[in-house]
Design a protein around this ligand. Structure first.
Ligand code: NAP
Length: 321
């Protein structure tokens, strides 16, 4: 029988540990508020200490009990920088025996091309590489949960994406939508591939497009698309609270307990981009990603999680045969 949190006692549920990235604004902040109401333990990851203070003040204003607020820990990191993710994941691993739910929420849409200090195109680093690295580095702790759950915040935009295998950093031609769609498609391919690797475990990993949501992402400069986004925001966009509820259904609703490697749009399971069903594309991206990130995650996996390393070795054997 599949496990789900509805079947666990409230004491057990209040001991659950959730990691939420991008926790101080938009959908991530709404997730923290909903989770704080439940009284679970929350590792809230963000880049701005002042915004954490404001978040705690907001929770107090909302009347969330102090004992619930005391179960929130803030972790500061720049999630576009792999070194910073190594550092923050180490602090998170030191703080919790196990992690029940990892929500890779952080993400953004950038009209202008930027490159991180480690040489990656910013959207690709923040929306994709960072999610992969965070997941790999916390996997050992997620494996210790009775029913580990990884949820990546996707976007319907992934369906317009293409993986530019020879030019992942989009150095030759860049525009914001292309970078955003590529990063979200890459995330979808990764989710599908990791779910296959985790098929014999109790860990679930899925992606969800929460809908068009009234957040800062829709306020940023979108160049030619800004008008369309403003229109969407004023018409179909939902409140961040509703998006948070949709995301948390992947943990709480037994109807979703069987999902592995799936794409949920709003409240329904939908087909992902056809590339997600393409074994060769997934494998190619996996190999490139492992190669890019190995300097950051190999040393940790040596200590934490031998089995994932075996997966890498399996691929290397396929590659060289
Ligand atoms: N809004 C939508 O319509 C929509 C639709 C589909 C999918 N999504 C996805 O939903 C997720 C959340 O987006 P959102 O709409 O809530 O956007 P948002 O309002 O802009 O919030 C993004 C959060 O990520 C944090 N963040 C950004 N860059 C960071 C960095 N380098 N290091 C650490 N934290 C960083 C921000 O920190 P600060 O608080 O310091 O600014 C903020 O808390 C994204 O993955 C997005 O692609 C959004």
């Amino acid at each position: 029988m599949q496990k789900n949190t509805l079947q666990v006692s409230s004491t057990k549920q209040s001991n659950m540990v959730y990691v939420v990235t991008g926790a101080t604004d938009g959908i991530g902040k709404a997730l923290v508020i909903e989770l704080a109401k439940k009284g679970v333990r929350i590792a809230a990851v963000g880049r701005n200490p002042k915004k954490f203070e404001e978040l705690i003040a907001e929770l107090e204003d909302l009347g969330i009990p102090a004992k619930n607020i005391s179960k929130i820990s803030s972790f500061i990191a720049d999630l576009s920088v792999m070194n910073s993710i190594v550092d923050v994941s180490s602090r998170i691993r030191d703080s919790y025996e196990n992690i029940d739910v990892l929500i890779n929420n952080v993400g953004g849409y950038f009209a202008e091309r930027k490159v991180t200090e480690e040489g990656f195109e910013y959207t690709f680093a923040l929306n994709y590489l960072g999610h992969v690295l965070m997941t790999f580095l916390l996997l050992g702790k997620i494996q210790k949960s009775e029913s580990g759950n990884i949820i990546n915040i996707s976007s319907s935009e992934h369906k317009h994406g293409k993986i530019h295998f020879g030019n992942l950093n989009l150095s030759r031609s860049f525009f914001g939508r292309k970078a955003y769609a590529q990063s979200k498609l890459a995330d979808m391919l990764f989710i599908r591939e990791l779910s296959l690797f985790l098929r014999d475990t109790d860990i679930r990993i899925n992606a969800i497009h929460p809908g068009i949501v009234k957040t800062n992402i829709a306020q940023s400069k979108f160049g030619l698309q800004s008008l369309a986004f403003k229109l969407l925001k004023n018409t179909v966009a939902i409140e961040p609270e509703k998006a948070a509820m949709r995301i948390l259904q992947l943990v709480d609703n037994p109807e979703f307990a069987h999902l592995r490697g799936n794409y949920v749009s709003g409240t329904k399971v939908k087909s992902a981009h056809t590339a997600a069903s393409n074994h060769y594309k997934r494998e190619e991206l996996w190999l490139i990603t492992v190669d890019i990130l190995k300097e950051w995650f190999y040393p940790i996996l040596d200590e934490e999680d031998i089995s994932l390393k075996n997966h890498r070795l399996e691929y290397i054997q396929i590659e060289s045969s």
